[in-house]
Write a protein that binds this ligand. Structure first.
Ligand SMILES: CC(C)(COP(=O)(O)OP(=O)(O)OC[C@H]1O[C@@H](n2cnc3c(N)ncnc32)[C@H](O)[C@@H]1OP(=O)(O)O)[C@@H](O)C(=O)NCCC(=O)NCCS
Length: 160
């Protein structure tokens, strides 16, 4: 992980948008694929408060996070790690970096079936707030519950 860099992929000189969109799409988060990311970049007034960061290794996108902030809290919209790099701490590194940028509360929702993501969020200090029954419709039309998770503003920083 020594040669890993973190950058804002909306401001990056290298155009990482297509690669991040592809990563999200291939990670089961197609709603944040290439087309949406290009829309965010090109029509920013429609997408106020959206930020995106990624980890690169030798210019390859390894992990990425997308979030939206308002005055009261930041919502984590998506996080994914490339399949070849999972379980190596990249999502932890990126989420930790992102949370330490801004002292605010963080909210998210995730499928109750997504054990990897829930474990990641628990590790970073998120706690379950509530459950939304039958919230997600899966590609096979089955329904999954969502858990809403929150990380309070304090402690302000997480382990480095
Ligand atoms: C969730 C995800 C982002 C984790 O990325 P990652 O880079 O592999 O995560 P890390 O290596 O930093 O692992 C962090 C913690 O997550 C948990 N975790 C990761 N993979 C796991 C798995 N397969 N099973 C159970 N827990 C897992 C562990 O608690 C781990 O901490 P530990 O290594 O100290 O035990 C990745 O699995 C992914 O891209 N999933 C598909 C997209 C997705 O579902 N995103 C979340 C909803 S938007």
């Amino acid at each position: 992980m020594n040669n890993a860099n973190i950058c804002n992929f909306f401001n990056s000189k290298e155009n990482h948008l297509a690669s991040v969109g592809s990563l999200f799409r291939n990670s089961g988060i197609p709603q944040w694929g290439e087309n949406t990311l290009f829309d965010i970049k090109n029509v920013p007034q429609k997408w106020l408060g959206i930020q995106g960061y990624c980890i690169t290794v030798s210019s390859n996108i390894i992990s990425a996070i997308l979030a939206r902030s308002n005055e009261d809290f930041t919502e984590i919209l998506a996080i994914a790690t490339h399949s070849a790099y999972k379980n190596k701490g990249y999502a932890t590194k990126l989420l930790t970096y992102f949370i330490n940028l801004k002292a605010t509360s963080y909210l998210l929702e995730v499928s109750t079936q997504n054990t990897a993501a829930i474990n990641l969020y628990n590790k970073i200090g998120f706690n379950a707030l509530s459950t939304r029954k039958k919230y997600y419709t899966m590609p096979d039309n089955s329904l999954q519950d969502a858990v809403v998770m929150k990380r309070s503003c304090f402690p302000q920083t997480v382990g480095t």
